[in-house]
Design a protein around this ligand. Structure first.
Ligand SMILES: *Cc1c(COP(=O)(O)O)cnc(C)c1O
Length: 383
């Protein structure tokens, strides 16, 4: 036991600073804090940065996925192919519209679904597929679309983790009909809570814009801007999925910092790879041939001949004051979805869930912080 109290290292710490404080202060001073001009500006900047035709800001990525399914026309009785190997929101979204998630297996190297695994999960009732850029690793979207487009199956990209990742030289999501993004603090770009729906279809964007605001024919911002506002109408049952201008102001600053944030994460990931890549039994997730990851989650698979299992590694890290995380969950092992996939039917998904952990990686991580993590992982192999 060290006599020196070592500070705790978390898996993630958001990179927020004085610029975000100034941006929020300006919004408060403006007197307009709900969805308004800052949200509109954030949408324009985000669409430009992600090379999307339209961007619709929402309350989080889960509501973005929900709206994506609605505008794509997914209804009760439809099937939606999703990876089980994802945060549970990916599987929950289809259930919100009465559809059934059908789980596709993932590739062991990327943690993402493939054209083959998606094709195997398609049923006569499949209306949509949700692919995920898991942990920031770009999915091979074109290959999945080659399977789905001829069958009129809409491919929705869950890019919750993908801001700053690239696919074939463009931002992930740029080639998607619909992509959903998260700005939760666990992600690389944060607004506290928040999300975005990007789409190449202007009609879908218009409908999503309306549905996020109670399906009101006149937006609240337009209503307030007019002295005598036009009467509003409600053409269908909508939702309150709005983002606030307070959040959007933070998002504008965060988006401008994104290239630097990605460069820093990739540099830290590269150092982990140099220091740990040669340790027998440890496998670090890497860029796929078709793109680059933002390393939103740098996961490592722990297997033979590494002397510890994943749980023992987590304990060893905890003893050193380091809070790593278990890898991505398997949705089909949770009670709402257990009946949908038989035991052992998704062996790669289960193996990755059971054997991976996510290493601490954040913008302000120092070399000394990283040395502490590396020392714990190298310890059992004498290095
Ligand atoms: C974080 C995450 C979500 C949910 O995002 P929220 O903004 O918290 O709703 C959905 N899908 C994936 C893959 C995620 O990592």
């Amino acid at each position: 036991m060290s006599a020196v109290q070592q500070s705790r290292i978390n898996v993630m710490t958001p990179w927020l600073g004085v610029e975000e404080v100034a941006a929020v202060t300006a919004v408060i001073e403006s007197g307009w804090v709900a969805q308004g001009p800052r949200v509109a500006e954030f949408e324009r900047s985000f669409a430009r940065a992600m090379q999307a035709t339209d961007a619709v800001a929402v309350s989080n990525c889960t509501t973005a996925l929900h709206l994506a399914l609605l505008v794509a026309g997914v209804r009760a009785g439809d099937d939606v192919v999703v990876p089980s190997f994802s945060f549970i929101a990916t599987a929950n979204a289809p259930t919100y519209v009465g559809a059934r998630p059908v789980f596709a297996e993932v590739d062991a190297l990327t943690g993402n679904v493939t054209a083959t695994s998606v094709a195997a999960a398609i049923t006569p009732w499949t209306r949509a597929v949700i692919v995920v850029d898991q942990g920031g690793v770009p999915v091979d979207l074109d290959a999945v679309r080659a399977v789905c487009d001829p069958r009129d199956i809409v491919v929705i990209e869950d890019a919750a983790c993908g801001a700053g990742s690239t696919y074939k030289g463009r931002p992930v999501g740029a080639g998607a009909q619909l992509a959903a993004w998260s700005f939760h603090p666990r992600k690389i770009l944060t607004t506290g809570e928040g999300g975005m729906l990007t789409t190449s279809n202007p009609e879908w964007a218009a409908r999503a814009r309306m549905l996020r605001e109670h399906a009101m024919s006149v937006s609240a911002a337009d209503r307030h801007a007019a002295l005598v506002s036009p009467p509003e109408e409600y053409s269908e049952i909508g939702f309150n999925f709005r983002m606030t201008d307070l959040q959007a102001a933070i998002g504008i600053v965060q988006l401008a910092k994104l290239p630097e944030a990605v460069a820093r994460r990739r540099a830290i990931a590269a150092r982990y790879r140099r220091e740990l890549g040669g340790v027998p039994g440890l496998r670090l997730v890497d860029d796929p041939p078709w793109g680059t990851s933002n390393f939103q989650s740098l996961w490592v698979e722990v297997a033979d001949p590494y002397p510890l299992d994943r749980e023992q590694v987590l304990l060893a890290l905890a003893e050193a004051g380091i809070s790593a995380r278990r890898g991505i969950m398997s949705a089909h092992r949770q009670s709402p979805y257990r009946h949908l996939a038989g035991h052992g039917t998704l062996p790669v998904t289960e193996r990755l869930t059971d054997r991976t952990l996510i290493l601490p990686l954040f913008h302000t991580m120092t070399a000394a912080d990283q040395d502490r993590v590396i020392a714990v992982l190298r310890g059992p192999v004498g290095g």
